[in-house]
Every structure is written in C-alpha cells, then in structure tokens.
Write a protein that binds this ligand. Structure first.
Ligand code: NAI
Length: 734
C-alpha cells in the first residue's frame, strides 16, 4: 500500500539518522487511534527496520494542540462483540510490542493531550520527552468509560512507575501535568515547547549510543516500601487485597472495570508481560461489551455534543462577546461564580454585596480556593495574586456601566431578586441579567423587567468550583442571543451546560423534589435511616438522599418542596415528617441537627451515626425492612418519572440533556447513563408496569406519566431509532 492510503502516519528522515514518525490523522483536529492504526504502524515499522539510514525514531504529533487523545471511541461503540474488541486490542498490542522491542530506540515527543491509547503508545517507547505547557496532560482515563487500557497500559505502566502510582492512575483516570509526570517517573524530561522535537531527537540518539544513564532510583522511604511490596508476591497480595477492598467499597460492585484492572495488573506481575497482555485484551473485549461501558461512553459523547451546542435552536444565532462580568452577592455561590469566572473564563469580575463584611467573606472564600490550588502546586502564588486582583469588590454599582453580563446570587427571595434586577437595568443598561435562583420561577423574576428578553437563569450547583453542571433557564421571552451568550460564558467557566425552559424547579430541582420526599416518606413509614441511604448508594448515587437533605438543609429542602407542591399538586406533597423535623429546630448539618448526629465527637473517621431521636419525633419505630431494591426503586422511580414529565412538557430540549443534567447535577448513577437511558435499559413497558404497581401499593404519586404509558403502547424509546419527541404536552396545549 502506498502512503496516500495510510495518511495517519508519516515518516520524515533526517540527516542525523533519527527519523520522525509523525502522527497526523487527516481532517481531524486531534489524533485518535483508529481501526487501521495497528496495520499502518506495522507497515511503518517494516520500513524503519529495513532502512539502514534510520538509527532512532521520534514519535511526534502533526497536530499543533495535542499528541494522541486516545482510541477512536466511535469505533469502539460500533464493536458489538467481546471477540471483535479483543482482536482489536490484540492487533494494537502487537504493533506496540514491536516498538517496545525495536533495536532502534523510539522516543515519544509529547505536547498536549497524551491520553489512553496515546499514553500506551508513549509507554511502548524507550523514552518520553514532554513540553512544560499547561495543556500537556498524561493519563489513562479508560476506567471512566468502563474500560481498561487495552494496548499494554496495564502491564507497562506499573513496570515503569511502580504499582501504587500505576493503580492510582488507572483506577481514577487522573491526568498528570508535566511536572507530576516527571516526578512519578512516567517521563524522562520536560522541555519548552519550541525545542520539543530537538530535545526528543537528542534523547533518542543518546539512547542509540547507550549514553542515557539508568534513571536514578527514587530513594524515598515510600518508594523503597513500594519496591519491597511490589517485588515480593506476599507484599503484592497485600497491595491488591487492600485496593480491591477500597474499590468495592467505592463502586459497590456497580462498575466492573476497576476490578478487572486490578485482576489484570496482578496477573501480569505474577505471570509475566506476555500473559499479562493476553489477559488485558481478554478483559478489554469483555468490558467493551458491558452495558456499563456503553452508558459511560454514551455520557462521554453527550458531553462532547453539548460542547458544540450553542444552546439556541437556530444555529445561526451567535453569542455576544463578554469582556467583564458582574456578580451580585458574595455568598457561597457568588464567591464560587467569581472564582470560575476569573480562573477559567479569564474574565475580570466586579463583585457586589451589601456590606464590607459580606464582601470580605466572599473574597476570603475565593482566595481559599485559590490557596488550595497553590498548595497542590497547580498554580503559582503569582498567578493566584493576579487572579485575586481581577476580582474587585464594591458596595454599589460603580464599574457596572459597561458590563455585558451580571449574575445575581443574592438571597433566595423573589422581591429582592426583582429589586436587584431593576437596579441592574439602570446601572448596567445593556447587560444581560442572569439569576442563579434554584427554585423561583424565572418568569416571575422577570415580571417587571424593562428588558425581559435579556433575563435568563444561570443555575450553578454547590460548590460551584467543583460541580460540573450549569443549568441555563430560558423563558418564552428570553432572546436566543442571550441564551447563546450565557451558554458561551458557562462553557468558558469550564461547565457542561444544558438549556431548559422555565418552570417551577426547572429540571434539576424539580426531579430532585419527589426523590427526596420519597426518602423522607420511607423514614416516616418506619424504614431505618441508614437503610434508605445505603439502598440509594448501592443503586449508584454518591450519597444517600437523607444525607443529601442534611447537607442541603432541611429548611431549604422544605422551602423548595413547598414551591413544587404548590405548582404540581398532590404528587409533590412533602411528607408531614419534614415539618415535624423543622418544628424540632432541625436544619441539617448547618445547625448540627438532622437525620444524622453531628459535632466534634462524631468526627471520627468512617461511619456517620444516625440520630435515633428522629424516630420518636415522627411517631415510628424503625422496624420496617423492605428490600434494598424496593427502597431504591421507590425513590429512583419518582425521580425518573418526573424527568419524563419534564421531557413531555418541553422543559427539556432532549433526553440527552435530561441524562447529563441528572448525572452531572444530581449524581444519578453514571453507569446507568441518566434517567432516560435507564428507562430505555429497563424497558419503557416494564418501568411503566413497576410504577403502576407502586401506585397501587403506595399511592397515586407513582402514576406513570402519560407519555410513558403512550410510549409503552407504541414501543418507543428515548434514545433508540423510534424516539419520543420532547415537548408534546407543550405543543398540544398551545
Ligand atoms: P448566601 O446567603 O451564602 O449568599 C447571599 C449573599 O447575597 C450574601 O452575601 C448577602 O449579603 C448578599 N446579598 C443580599 N442582598 C444583596 C443585595 N441587595 N446586593 C448584593 N448582595 C446582596 O446564599 P447562597 O447559598 O450563595 O445562595 C445565593 C443564591 O444562589 C440563592 O438564590 C440560592 O437559591 C442560589 N443557589 C444556592 C445553592 C446552594 O447550594 N447554596 C445552589 C444553587 C443556587
């Protein structure tokens, strides 16, 4: 075959005997490894072996922005059998094995993303040189897609960086910047971007001449301990037993990939590289065929699609440029928004609050987040100081005149929000007004606005600096360019953004309401608190619903609960238990009185203690023991049924948005893909039947949404070829 048919790899010869093997997948902004990669690589390796003038090779990317981002996931999602996936892994491994065993040394020259298959390719080389650029990131994120590294990563990484580090990287999917990669022994050298190629060539030629000394062994106490552990079978067993226990405690058996990673690494260390590679392919193939992996890859694609979504239905609508941001309220949310706006969106922020004390608190909070980054060496003190100087505090609206976007995060109070909107309309006459309300209808906030077309909701989640989702809320009157601008700013702040239509509780707060109500209802029926929480954690939520109520605040949950009850009637009625708890001055963690016991003496690591005085307060004994599955389904089905209503009413623009919103905003189990993918997987008809059974047993609140009933009879799904369309109820009522 000639080179025109193998355009992904290009061999460039140099006079010094070190050839460049350039990876440059045509027509794509980043390199990914496709099905033909192994074949292409084999041909190039033949050519390299034959050519006497080539003494060493530097593997480098032809893309300005990155090395290799990983395997082509579109390809993976088309593989239908474990065998096909195993074969793909086998052929890739074989090509990489030839690099690893080549007489002519290979050195990877890495700038930008070097992830998954990209890092495995680099691991097969004899040396790795990286740029100091902050975009340079190395990691094996396969576990996040329900997979394991299938191109030798599970075998080569532990042999290079040691068992503990390798397990940490593979089990978390964590990415390392250049400095951390050097410290862990993953790479040999860090250089400035312009000299990457030269440095890699020099490294390769030194390797050829046998002039590169063995890397100095790390003699720290921890490193010695690790060596001792990894080298003797008994020590290894200890490490793996502990890792397996920790992994199962974290995943509750819901994610097969981490356990397979441990198994394959352990077997490879015991039985040798060859056998390890075989087992790796086997496990890779089996994991590709699991529903967990399919759902996680689904989330990955959906998130990527959202990155390209402008948020406006008309794709020709453009956002207006935003150069400066106003934030009202320097509380928990306002300070977090100020942080993501400067640190990620690179926008100067004018932060307004009522008094100096509140401003001081807000600035201190932002500074605390930045200090954390400095401590973990992800930011220099100078950069921290520069970012802090980008946030200027004010008690009035000075400096707001030319601001294009103001985000308010003042108290959750309709009159107050309407008042600050009016103030912003006069202080920043051309600005977009975005509200971070978590429950107030946006149309009410915009009621008296002079420019309702410039009012939008930007609903962040707490803590803003950590939570990945931003829910943008639009009313009938919000102008498309305003939506597009809010979406664009949200993306710059590093968020995954969904756009939903206005309505009580929007999407996320609305579906959370009946879920939390049901959890409280279970306790009121005498189901032990810990049983309820454990059932939902086993189902896959990161924390149980009662823990969540304590964290959010029983008073806050009750306030939102009342709004939803008022709007949607009986099915959203909070159980009387909530009022009884409030009457007992229980607000949750914030006043150290809730479903659990708080306080210094309870800070002991490990288990939280249930506050048993809740039961007599509710007039019950915790002696009911329904199955964990029943408890989980009662709560989860209230959640997904409400999500379907949001779809039906056109609150959601798509099932995709509903899935991502629930997973990223509310912690719906990622391996279930989101509420809509979950319904598809369970089957619309059987889910509807379950809801009907609960409705008979527990009450009408479980009545399946009309759309579900219709879909069950029509055989439609949310993501399949015969799909339901969002907003049917909205269109019918127009
Ligand atoms: P917070 O009580 O921590 O902060 C509110 C801040 O607004 C205070 O610093 C207060 O002094 C300031 N403020 C009051 N009136 C003001 C005015 N006229 N001008 C400027 N500043 C004023 O409240 P938090 O938790 O930050 O919440 C703010 C908003 O964000 C609320 O609407 C809340 O519903 C919403 N939200 C809260 C979430 C949370 O988990 N805390 C999550 C999502 C949204």
């Amino acid at each position: 075959m000639n080179d025109a048919l193998r355009p992904g790899l290009r061999l460039e010869r140099r006079v010094d005997g070190c050839a460049l093997l350039v990876i440059d997948v045509p027509g794509e902004p980043v390199n990914t490894l496709s099905a033909s990669f192994a074949d292409e690589m084999s041909h190039k390796l033949d050519e390299i072996e034959r050519d006497e003038s080539i003494a060493a090779v530097v593997l480098v990317s032809g893309k300005p922005e990155g090395f290799v981002a990983g395997a082509d996931l579109k390809l993976l999602s088309t593989l239908t059998t474990a065998n096909a996936a195993r074969e793909l892994s086998r052929s890739g491994q074989a090509a990489l094995d030839r690099i690893a065993k080549s007489r002519k040394p290979f050195v990877a020259a890495i700038h930008g993303a070097c992830l998954g298959g990209g890092l495995e390719l680099a691991l097969a080389c004899q040396g790795r040189v990286v740029t100091s650029d902050e975009r340079t990131k190395l990691g094996l994120p396969e576990v996040q897609l329900g997979l394991l590294p299938g191109l030798g990563g599970t075998q080569r990484l532990p042999r290079l960086v040691g068992l503990q580090t390798a397990l940490d990287l593979m089990l978390t999917g964590r990415q390392l910047d250049a400095r951390r990669a050097l410290r862990s022994g993953l790479v040999d050298e860090i250089v400035a971007r312009p000299v990457l190629e030269t440095a890699a060539v020099e490294h390769a030629l030194r390797l050829k001449n046998g002039a590169v000394p063995e890397r100095a062994p790390a003699f720290s106490k921890a490193a010695l301990l690790e060596l001792a552990l990894a080298r003797n079978p008994l020590g290894r067993k200890l490490v793996f037993d502990r890792a397996r226990k920790e992994t199962l405690a974290k995943t509750r058996g819901n994610y097969p990939a981490p356990i397979r990673i441990l198994e394959v690494v352990e077997a490879g260390l015991a039985k040798g590289l060859e056998r390890g590679l075989e087992l790796e392919s086997q496990a890779f193939g089996e994991l590709v065929a699991t529903p967990e992996s399919r759902e996680l890859i689904g989330i990955f694609f959906a998130t990527n699609e959202l990155k390209k979504d402008t948020g406006a239905d008309d794709p020709s609508v453009r956002p207006v440029p935003v150069h400066k941001l106003g934030v009202l309220g320097a509380g928990l949310m306002g300070a977090g928004i100020a942080y993501v706006s400067t640190a990620f969106a690179k926008l100067p922020v004018r932060l307004k609050d009522r008094d100096e004390a509140s401003l001081g608190k807000g600035l201190a909070y932002t500074r605390q987040i930045l200090d954390g980054r400095v401590r973990s060496r992800r930011m220099s003190p100078a950069e921290r100081d520069r970012l802090m100087s980008e946030i200027t505090a004010t008690k009035d609206y000075s400096g707001f005149q030319d601001i294009e976007l103001v985000i308010e995060a003042v108290f959750e109070d309709l009159t107050l929000k309407q008042r600050v909107l009016a103030e912003v309309e006069s202080a920043a006459p051309s600005a977009i007004f975005a509200s971070n309300t978590s429950s107030l209808p946006l149309s009410r906030i915009a009621e008296q606005a002079a420019h309702p077309e410039r009012v939008v909701g930007m609903h962040y989640f707490s803590p803003v600096e950590k939570m990945p989702l931003l829910e943008i809320v639009v009313t009938e009157r919000t102008a498309p360019w305003v939506t597009a601008t809010a979406v664009a700013v949200g993306k710059r702040q590093g968020k995954t953004v969904i756009v939903v239509h206005d309505g009580p509780g929007f999407y996320t707060s609305r579906i959370l309401g009946p879920y939390l109500n049901e959890a409280a209802q279970l306790v009121a029926e005498g189901v032990p608190i810990e049983l309820v929480d454990r059932a939902l954690v086993d189902f896959g939520f990161p924390v149980g619903p009662l823990t969540l109520i304590d964290e959010v605040g029983i008073d806050v949950a009750s306030k939102v609960g009342k709004i939803l009850h008022y709007a949607f009637g009986a099915r959203m009625q909070p159980p009387p238990a909530v009022e009884k708890l409030l009457a007992d001055e229980r607000k949750g963690r914030k006043n150290q009185r809730g479903f659990y016991v708080y306080g210094d003496d309870k800070k002991k690591k490990g288990k939280k203690e249930v506050d048993a005085s809740v039961y007599p307060l509710l007039g019950v004994r915790p002696d009911q023991e329904p199955s964990s599955v029943e408890v989980a389904e009662r709560c989860a089905l209230m959640f997904v049924n409400e999500a379907v209503r949001c779809f039906e009413e056109g609150i959601l623009r798509s099932a995709r948005d509903g899935d991502i919103g629930a997973v990223m905003g509310l912690g719906f189990p990622p391996f279930r893909g989101g509420p809509f993918r979950y319904i598809d997987a369970v089957g619309v008809a059987s889910l509807t039947a379950k809801l009907e059974a609960f409705a008979r047993k527990c009450g009408e609140r479980f009545e399946p949404s009309p759309l579900l009933v219709r879909m069950a009879s029509e055989g439609k799904t949310f993501h399949g070829p015969e799909r339901a369309t969002p907003g049917e109820a909205r269109r019918n009522s127009m």
